[in-house]
Design a protein around this ligand. Structure first.
Ligand code: AMP
Ligand code: GLY
Length: 423
């Protein structure tokens, strides 16, 4: 089978790494890909949202399956584009249709979905520029901190958590009236602050059946001790030590089952990954958000623990026979540490040569914002490379990642040295 992976991050390198191990995969393409995918697949330099170019590629290379990494093409309807085209409708797409991708594309849609299906989440109300005053009154009824969420996709920056009421009101106005996040903040969800520890749960579904993948915890802030600005993710650990069997059972019964049943009841066609962002409040899980894709860098710790043939799983998703698959998980822990460009998540430089990759022995370097230039691997993004390791415990795994990072170098390389500190 010929397979195309859309995306260019560490997540997509991990997908490519796992896909390339499958005897079911003949030719593997990644668009646009990075220096990591270049060594195991053919990179094709087209944008993940240029559907016409993707169509031409799929026909030219006789591609049978497209695995969609990031949310943008899903929210813009790449799956529907394929279904509605006679030349493409036979191609298996891993990722939900547009209507279902709204679970990530609109926070209000996701909250309404959770309310309809009695899925535990924070209490909320949503506002637009015509009822800003009501938004102020609602904020006055809440206690600090105040949580404001731009309704639409805002590249992970659309959530504000503020301690001061007047600041919260100002930000609400900035979002709704002054379009702080452009179209994404035409609506704003204001919600109750949930106090607890976060973790993520990953579910595969073919629209009828589901399988739960290992949990993971990511570290979003740039600074040690979870301080400073939010990033795409600075590291991850799987499994999550505090996710006991009893707690996992609560997640499955209260959240996963009603989510999958809700998708069916609401006619939301879904073949792909559901990434459920959770927070443990007391002993109970509550949903913070849905994403309609895998997480990055969570993929870099979840897929290495999956023993199954990934392409076989994807085929089962496409054929709606996921119930026939027995998911097998490596007992070992996996951790990853993200190397980033100095300055990230604000301004940073690119084009720095990355040296020492060939000296990494017992970790896996998943390339992210890294590209080939004149035969050398150079930085091309803020998050540059995720160094994944296995261990009998997460502490052992994390130690291995840090030991291997010592062998790597690029100008202004930065990483957090405290991944797992809170566990
Ligand atoms: P989101 O983009 O929805 O994942 O939100 C980004 C981050 O904001 C989450 O990872 C949480 O750390 C935090 N957050 C979101 N919603 C809440 C909430 N209701 N209570 C506390 N923290 C939240
Ligand atoms: N690491 C968080 C995300 O992928 O959304």
């Amino acid at each position: 089978m010929n397979i195309l992976i859309l995306g260019s991050g560490g997540r997509e390198h991990t997908f490519a790494w796992k896909t390339a191990q499958s005897p079911l995969c003949n030719n593997l393409f990644v668009a646009p890909g990075n220096s990591g995918t270049d060594s195991i697949a053919e990179n094709i330099n087209i944008s993940v949202t240029d559907f016409d170019a993707i169509k031409a590629l799929v026909i030219d290379k006789q591609i049978d399956m497209v695995v969609v990494g990031p949310e943008d093409p899903l929210v813009q309807g790449v799956h529907d584009y394929f279904l509605n085209d006679n030349d493409l409708k036979h191609v298996a797409i891993i990722g939900p249709e547009k209507a279902a991708a709204e679970l990530e594309g609109s926070k209000e849609f996701a909250k309404e979905f959770m309310m309809r299906h009695h899925i535990p989440t924070a209490a909320y109300k949503s506002f637009n520029k015509n009822n800003v005053e009501e938004g102020y009154r609602f904020l006055e009824t809440l206690k600090a901190p105040y949580v404001l969420k731009a309704d639409g996709l805002a590249a992970g920056k659309g959530v504000l958590i503020l301690n001061d009421l007047s600041e919260a009101k100002t930000e609400l106005k900035n979002m709704l009236v002054d379009a702080k996040f452009g179209k994404a903040s035409t609506k704003v969800v204001i919600e109750e602050f949930l106090d607890g520890i976060e973790l993520s749960c990953f579910v595969l579904t073919d629209g009828k059946n589901y399988k739960i993948l290992p949990t993971a915890k990511d570290y979003k802030r740039i600074g040690e001790g979870d301080t400073g600005l939010n990033t795409g993710g600075m590291g991850a650990i799987s499994p999550v030590p505090f996710a006991t069997p009893e707690f996992l059972n609560k997640i499955e019964e209260r959240i996963v089952k009603p989510t999958i049943e809700g998708l069916q009841k609401d006619n939301l066609p879904y073949k792909g990954f559901v990434f459920i962002g959770l927070i443990k409040v007391g002993d109970d899980p509550k949903v913070i958000e849905y994403n309609v894709r895998m997480g990055d860098p969570e993929t870099e710790v979840v897929l290495p623990r999956l023993k199954n043939d990934l392409v076989e799983i994807f085929q089962a998703i496409a054929n709606q026979t996921l119930d026939k698959i027995n998911i097998e998980i490596d007992e070992r822990a996996a951790t990853t540490v993200m190397l980033v460009s100095g300055g990230y998540p604000e301004a940073y430089e690119k084009g720095k040569e990355i040296s020492g990759i060939q000296n990494i022995t017992d970790s896996i370097p998943f390339h992210a914002g890294a590209t080939l230039k004149d035969g050398k691997v150079v930085t091309s993004g803020g998050r540059v490379m995720a160094i994944t390791s296995y261990g009998n415990t997460y502490k052992e795994a994390i130690k291995k990642s840090y030991q291997n990072i010592e062998k790597l170098h690029f100008d202004k390389m930065y990483y957090r040295k405290d991944i797992g500190f809170d566990l």
